[in-house]
Ligand binder design. Structure first.
Ligand SMILES: Nc1ncnc2c1ncn2[C@@H]1O[C@H](COP(=O)(O)OP(=O)(O)O)[C@@H](O)[C@H]1O
Ligand SMILES: [Mg+2]
Length: 334
């Protein structure tokens, strides 16, 4: 497939914040792409730049103190450098985002139906009756029982899971081709998490969308994505097909993430393994590999020279590491 046919092409994308403490390279030069009707997982521990990357792709950045370079083309539209007015052409219709916290993305004093209506009337130019009918249809689509009655409910009258369904309905209002879901199940209990993830999966096929699923938990993307991008300190450190990343990862950080992911088989009160050491300070990034200070396999070279992504055995799989884990190719998958 040629690049122009891809839904999303990101090249050397970098987002830097100017802060009192210095420059924060929150996203430090990232390249990847996304096919139509594909689900991609973006995974990394907290602070690795997932939210800043997603917001940069949407073109949602504070106006002051931020520099964005590189390129992010959504269905051919270059987001980097586009004006607010130009970006309004793609918000909602080409790309929409489900934010991390459903409570802050819903207005607590506005009936949920009205919140969906608004997008339809302003963006799609629908009249009141048409917007109401479509909003109810969207509530039904995301699995809200008795949608016509729930249309008049306030967010506080719904459970966390139902609220997240409303947020998804709002994002879907203008039929986006790309839905970005940033930690869409954080704070929800495990059963509800699975329901929301299944819903996103189902909607992707029904609406022929592409989905970017952003999460700190590799377990969330295991069965629901075709490819994974692993981020650390604002960069991609490993990427490949989901299967490859799970079973044949080479980067020690990917392994550490896997080991820190909650397992269904764990007793509910098992303490989660966390990755030892401190997350990197972006103001003082080491000149070598950013993960080296926490890596059990780091060599002198790792501390001195930054590894670039290099191809692994399977096409599409690459990793940035000077001293990778031994390849497990040819060994039966666990
Ligand atoms: N507006 C901002 N100004 C300065 N630093 C920021 C800003 N927004 C995010 N950051 C920093 O960028 C880094 C990445 O943050 P984020 O993308 O939220 O991580 P993640 O979503 O992976 O947890 C963090 O170190 C965070 O402190
Ligand atoms: Mg985040």
């Amino acid at each position: 497939m040629s690049e122009s046919e891809k839904l999303l092409v990101v090249k050397d994308l970098a987002t830097t914040f100017a802060t009192a403490g210095g420059l924060v390279p929150a996203v430090g030069g990232v390249s990847f792409d996304l096919e139509r009707n594909e689900t991609l997982g973006i995974v990394g521990e907290s602070g690795s730049g997932k939210t800043v990357l997603s917001r940069t792709i949407m073109g949602l950045q504070p106006r002051a103190n931020v520099t964005v370079t590189g390129s992010a083309r959504v269905n051919g539209f270059e987001v980097v450098g586009a004006s607010e007015k130009e970006k309004r052409q793609i918000w909602g219709t080409e790309v929409a985002m489900v934010f991390q916290d459903p409570m802050t993305s819903l207005n607590p004093v506005m009936r949920i139906g009205k919140q969906i209506d608004e997008a339809l009337r302003v963006r799609m130019g629908m009249n009141r009756a048409a917007a109401r009918a479509r909003a109810i249809e969207l509530l039904e689509l995301v699995g809200i029982p008795s949608p016509a009655q729930r249309y008049d409910a306030y967010p506080g009258q719904l459970s966390g899971g139902m609220r997240q369904r409303v947020v998804i309905a709002t994002a879907l209002a203008c039929s986006p081709k790309l839905l970005m879901a940033d930690e869409p199940t954080t704070g929800l209990d495990v059963t509800i998490q699975a329901q929301i993830l299944n819903l996103l999966d189902e909607l992707k096929d029904r609406l022929k969308m592409s989905v970017i699923l952003v999460t700190h938990d590799l377990g969330v993307v295991a069965t629901r994505t075709s490819r994974i991008v692993v981020m650390y300190a604002g960069r991609i450190v490993e990427t490949g097909s989901t299967r490859e990343v799970f079973y044949h990862h080479r980067m020690p950080y990917t392994r550490a993430l896997l080991e820190s992911s909650p397992k269904v088989s764990n007793h509910p009160h098992t303490r989660l393994a966390t990755i030892p050491g401190r997350p990197p300070n972006l103001l003082k990034l080491a000149q070598g590999c950013s993960f080296a200070p926490r890596c059990a396999y780091a060599t002198d070279r790792c501390h001195q020279e930054r590894p670039e992504l290099q191809p692994a055995a399977e096409p599409g799989h690459s990793f940035a590491c000077w001293n990778p884990l031994p390849t497990t190719r040819g060994v039966a998958a666990p």
